[in-house]
Each structure stands twice: as C-alpha cells, then as structure tokens.
Write a protein that binds this ligand. Structure first.
Ligand code: FEO
Length: 402
C-alpha cells in the first residue's frame, strides 16, 4: 500500500475499490471507484479529505509510508459525505490533528454525522486562506456541488486544485492520472456517468462556479474519485466537458427507453426508432429491464431527445419505466425533446401519463402520444414512425441542422 507522489511532497493516499458497483446506493459504477485522499508535506502536514467507512486502515497505512500519522497537523474536509468523511473519526483518533478545516455549512453536517465532538474544528469562510509553510491553501465554497457543505481547496504555489467530487469519475485502477489510463473512451464515459447521475441537477451552479475556478491558475485537478487531471490540456478538457454537460445544448442523438409486457410496446419502440434514424437522428433503444436507470441517464448525456414507452398497467405504467421517469425528473435534464407511446388492452392511460411526465421535465413535446390497442397494426406502426420523424425534425431544428 504505497502512496503515490503526484507533485513534489504531495501524495495520493486514498484507496481503490475495484468491486464497488453501487455508487451512493443508486448509481451503477461498473468500473469500481476510488476514494482519493491527499497528503501535503510542508511545515504543517495536511491531509486533504479522508476515505469511506471501513477504509481508515488503508489510508493510514499509505500515509505511514510518507510520515508517521501523528505528524499530520491539519485535516481538510472538503465535503462531509460519508464516502469522504466516513473514516474521519478513526483518522482523527489516530492522528490527533491540531486543526480540522470545514466549510461553514460543513459544521452542521459534521455534527449531524458525528455528534458533538471535542475536535479542534475551524469553519473557514469562502475565499479564506491559510498558510501551511511554503504553501498556502485557499478555500472556495462550492455549495450544492453536490452537497450544501461542499468546498474545494486550492494550493496556488503548486497550481493544484483539490476539487472534491467535482471533475471525478468512478474508475478503479492502478493509474492515478488521466494521461496514464489506457482507455480514454472509458474515461469520458465515466465522467459523463458521474455528471449525469450526481451533478446534473446542479448544472446552473456549475455554470456559475466554472468562471470562479477559471480565475485560478490551475495545472492539476485532483478530485476525490478516479483519475487526476494533470497539465493545462487535461484541465482544459475536463473543464470543457463540464461546461458542455452543464449547458446541455441539443445534440442530434435520441434515446428510446421502454418497458414491455407482450412485446407490443417494444415493437412500437422499434418503429419510432426507424422514424428517428430515417430522418437523420442516430438512436439508442434501451429496455428498462436490461438497462439500469443510471445507465439510461449516462446515455442521455449524448441525446437531445427522449422517447419513452410502456403498456398501460393498472391504469398507469409499468414500474420500471415509472422509476426511470421519477429518477430522470429528479436529475432535471434541460433542453430535451420528448415523445410518448405504449400499448394497452382496455383503459389505455399509459402514454398520456408518460407524455405528462416528460412535459413536466420541461421537454418540448411536438407530437401527441401514440397508443396501440393490443398488438400494433400497420397503422399504429406508421404512427410510431411518424412520432420518430416529428421528434427527429424538431431535434434537428433545435440543433440547427434541419
Ligand atoms: Fe464522493 Fe459526494 O460523493
């Protein structure tokens, strides 16, 4: 359990969880994750963040390869969520720090998780700077990115930003830097997966925070999950990805998510897919039974349109699609175009319900929902194709390619 020196006298001392598959209990993490913690050796030795519950031993073991843990003077908690502060009590017990720095709002969540403790906690103000010897650490609040107490810590002498959850990805690997990672396409996918399942609702805040972070001279971004962004190009790339994901400009791809009982709705999904493809919109079709709700959101990162379908079931829709729509709505996607369809046997409320759900996400709905009584016939399939075509044309217009 060796640390990794990422800059002179600055070490990664986190832990790698290759088996993690259920990030925060709701988002798939097929490539595992890391909990990154960092040590700055200076006149004051500073531990930046800790690790998840049950992993204090790993952190302390790595730390001990660079200096005895009791030599840590300061601990910075950029965010009190338990994947970064779950081991805090054990680490504090071992290290006995002179000071623990948290944001103003971090005080409340610290007490909420750990109760009243006799810890030497200092709540820092936005923009506050501390000296640790040859270096300084500047604290910048990033409230609601993605928790109320979130902040980032900047070391100007090293042009290094400890960015907390921002700019992270769920990737477990031996490599510590993006430029060392052997699967660049997977890196981008994991950035989108993280953003679209964790950060997306806070996109307006991201757009306000990026210029503030852009005002700092940053050559390295060290997040709390996954790989570290090293060098001006890598920093510009991840900042550019965040800007694009936050702006959510329309993209000329579509997603069809559906559930089906006896394949009628599935047949309708394929007809709608043809209507999209024939009109210049590449489309990904996903079945709610085989695609986890977080995978669907990751796919949405590249799609400007969403069509959703379900048979009517007990006067509403099938539960997996209902869960998907609730999940999607909570993540507040912007600037999408929607469409709804589904089969029914008697009451037939499903497609209208889906239409209302998508409209409640502020999606433009250029067509009425398409319904099919029992098995879709030629006319219904034609209507599904038309639905795809109408959405495709609306999307292309939004993209400026119509
Ligand atoms: Fe690393 Fe806030 O989760």
């Amino acid at each position: 359990m060796q640390p990794r020196e990422i800059l002179k006298d600055i070490f990664w001392v986190g832990c790698v969880d290759y088996n993690h598959r259920d990030f925060h209990g709701y988002s798939k993490s097929p490539a595992g994750t890391t909990y990154n913690a960092y040590l700055i050796k200076d006149e004051k030795n500073v531990l930046v963040d800790t690790v998840t519950i049950g992993q204090a031993g790993t952190l302390l073991c790595r730390l001990a390869h660079t200096l005895p843990p009791e030599k840590v003077d300061y601990i910075i908690c950029n965010h009190m969520e338990q994947d970064h502060a779950g081991s805090l009590a054990e680490v504090v017990e071992r290290v006995k720090p002179e000071r623990i720095f948290v944001s103003q709002t971090g005080l409340r969540s610290m007490e909420g998780y750990f109760g009243k403790r006799d810890w030497p906690v200092q709540a820092v103000k936005n923009g506050e700077t501390i000296s640790i010897g040859k270096r300084h650490v500047v604290f910048q609040e990033t409230r609601m990115l993605h928790w109320p107490d979130s902040m980032v810590s900047y070391v100007p002498e090293d042009k290094l930003l400890f960015s907390n959850d921002i700019f992270g990805q769920n990737i477990a690997s031996s490599e510590r830097f993006v430029d060392e990672y052997h699967r660049p396409e997977e890196f981008e996918k994991r950035v989108k997966e993280y953003y679209y399942n964790i950060v997306l609702p806070y996109s307006p805040i991201v757009l306000k925070a990026l210029p503030i972070l852009g005002g700092l001279d940053i050559q390295m971004v060290a997040p709390d999950h996954g790989l570290i962004h090293r060098g001006a190009d890598a920093v510009a790339k991840i900042v550019g990805m965040y800007r694009a994901m936050a702006e959510q400009k329309p993209q000329q791809r579509a997603l069809i998510i559906y559930d089906t009982m006896w394949r009628s709705t599935e047949t309708m999904a394929m007809a709608a897919c043809s209507g999209l493809e024939e009109n210049g919109v590449p489309t990904r079709v996903m079945w709610a039974k085989t695609s986890h709700h977080s995978e669907v959101m990751t796919e949405l990162a590249d799609c400007g349109a969403v069509l959703a379908g379900s048979p009517t079931h007990n006067n509403t829709i099938l539960p997996l699609l209902a869960a998907q729509l609730v999940y999607m709505k909570g993540l507040k996607p912007l600037n999408r175009i929607g469409g709804a369809f589904g089969s029914y046997g008697w009451s037939g409320e499903g497609p209208k319900f889906i239409q209302e759900q998508l409209a409640s996400m502020n999606m433009a709905m250029p067509a009425e929902p398409v319904k099919s009584l029992w098995r879709p016939d030629k006319e219904v399939l034609k209507a599904c194709n038309e639905l795809g075509k109408t959405v495709a044309l609306a999307l292309r217009k939004a993209c400026g390619t119509a």
